[in-house]
Design a protein around this ligand. Structure first.
Ligand code: AMP
Ligand code: ZN
Length: 475
């Protein structure tokens, strides 16, 4: 079966083919690190993670790059407004470098808590100035960009397919432009590649002038090229990135290299609150701390954010969090039941009973993920397996097979506590071995096992029902 993806560029679903067989080069627009990312941002990043995990499930090696925007992202997303980092720095009376370091660290901690697989590299814009300057100079040399004073603009009329991603036509943009008209621009919709501002704190001396800083869009073109090459398989971002950000990236990269930039553009829809966007500027954001304060774990949040289709808007409510938590409990319970059945406890008498149910669930799971990463219906067969497990449909072998399938499915979902469960099984087995050793008066072995368990933070207690164990707090 082929993986089919909705490509924002063609506005259709297309079969996925990588440029190089077996390898996927993927660039994800990452956070602007002026403030701790909120759960809306994490919807976009978890979409990228799920996509990467699915591609890995399909056998690809994924070269994933997610950037950190630490300079040049202005408050209006275009050429005007304040640098988000410098604005925040003034507010907090810190320097912008301190802010970006602090927030980036927080971001990485959040990613770890959410179980996100690490990208190959998280490049910072401020560390790629020479790569940006190289592209800007190349664009000037090819007649796609021009310098005025210390600023450099991209001439949108030099790139006839400008607008191919967003559907915006230059003429329409001219009519009702949200881009402020500046005297020095050749066309009102030309966008800045480089800006000069002596008052800017994060600034670099280049041949364009002594105090300049990059435009937001050129950063991603340069970081993608540096870490993945001229051409990408997939480029992702939230829906608000389509215009101007990604439209401008395409114009810059394709004009510079003369090659198509990304084959597939994939955009996730917003996480909403009461029907509107969750955004820092609207003040309706939640962070992972807010989620924890309500008693929910990052794993439960991960599930709540990935279980809807990435191209459908998702409303954030505490009711939805509660629902995600209880659905997840059912999946954990399924694993626990299958583990017992695999040991014969509550299993059907024929060892292979229920095997066909496992195969059907796998087919269904893969079919839906192959359909543009449609997570919601892909989960249904997992809950279906639980219904069968409740009625004792699985034999010993089929239960083992179901566990193997769930372990694999969880490689994509990253939410079920399978490792913990398997670890528990190992602990149970060791305890039984210790009991047997004691019965046969092999106290050396019994002691060895007790010490081994102790070293893993497992405390044993004798009870009237036999030995019970618990994890030492903090273990
Ligand atoms: P920013 O930190 O503003 O550069 O945004 C980082 C990423 O989060 C971008 O891909 C945005 O499109 C995405 N994003 C921002 N707000 C939301 C939201 N409410 N829901 C989903 N994605 C969002
Ligand atoms: Zn970007």
């Amino acid at each position: 079966m082929t993986f089919v993806v909705y490509n924002s560029l063609s506005k259709t679903k297309e079969p996925f083919r990588s440029l190089e067989p077996g390898v996927v080069r993927m660039y994800n627009c990452g956070p602007t690190v002026y403030n701790r990312p909120h759960v809306g941002n994490y919807r976009a990043f978890l979409f990228a993670d799920t996509l990467r995990r699915w591609l890995e499930y399909c056998g690809f090696r994924v070269e994933q790059v997610m950037n950190i925007t630490d300079v040049g992202h202005l408050t209006d997303d275009a050429d005007d407004g304040e640098d988000k980092l410098e604005k925040q720095a003034r507010k907090e009376k810190l320097d912008p470098w301190q802010i970006s370091r602090k927030v980036a660290e927080q971001f990485f901690a959040d990613l770890r808590a959410l179980g996100v697989r690490p990208a190959k590299v998280y490049p910072k814009a401020s560390e790629h100035i020479p790569e940006m300057v190289e592209i800007i100079e190349g664009l000037i040399a090819k007649g796609h960009a021009y310098a005025v004073g210390g600023d450099v603009y991209f001439d949108v009329k030099s790139f006839p397919s400008y607008g191919k991603l967003s559907g915006n036509r230059v003429e329409d943009l001219e009519a009702g432009s949200r881009i402020a008209v500046r005297e020095e621009k050749r066309n009102p919709e030309d966008f800045a590649l480089w800006k000069s501002d002596p008052a800017h704190i994060m600034k670099w001396a280049t041949r364009f002038g002594p105090d300049g800083f990059p435009g937001w869009h050129i950063e991603c073109s340069a970081m993608a090229r540096k870490h993945l090459g001229d051409r990408l398989d997939i480029h992702t971002g939230g829906e608000d990135n389509i215009f101007p950000h990604h439209e401008c990236e395409i114009a810059q990269s394709e004009s510079f290299t003369g090659k198509p930039f990304a084959t597939y553009w994939m955009h996730s829809k917003f996480l909403q609150v009461d029907g509107g966007k969750m955004s820092k500027s609207l003040g309706n954001v939640y962070t992972l701390d807010d989620i924890a304060a309500k008693g929910y774990t990052p794993r439960q949040l991960r599930f709540a954010l990935i279980r809807g289709h990435y191209r459908a808007p998702l409303n954030f409510t505490w009711e939805a969090m509660k629902d995600a938590a209880s659905s997840l409990e059912n999946l954990d319970d399924l694993v626990a039941r299958l583990r017992r059945a695999a040991k014969g406890d509550g299993a059907a008498s024929a060892p292979n009973a229920g095997s066909e149910l496992v195969e059907a669930a796998r087919t269904e799971f893969e079919k839906h993920l192959n359909d543009d990463l449609n997570v919601a219906p892909a989960l249904a067969p997992l809950f279906g397996l639980r219904a069968h497990a409740l009625s004792g449909a699985f034999g010993v072998e089929a239960a083992g097979r179901a566990l193997a399938f769930l372990t694999r499915a969880n490689e994509v979902l990253g939410v079920i506590e399978i490792e913990e469960q398997l670890l528990d099984a190992k602990i149970d087995a060791l305890i039984q071995e210790r009991q047997a050793a004691r019965r046969s008066k092999d106290f050396l072995r019994a002691d060895e096992i007790r010490k081994l368990l102790e070293s893993q933070g497992i405390v044993l207690e004798d009870s009237p029902k036999g030995v019970i164990w618990r994890r030492k707090s903090g273990a």
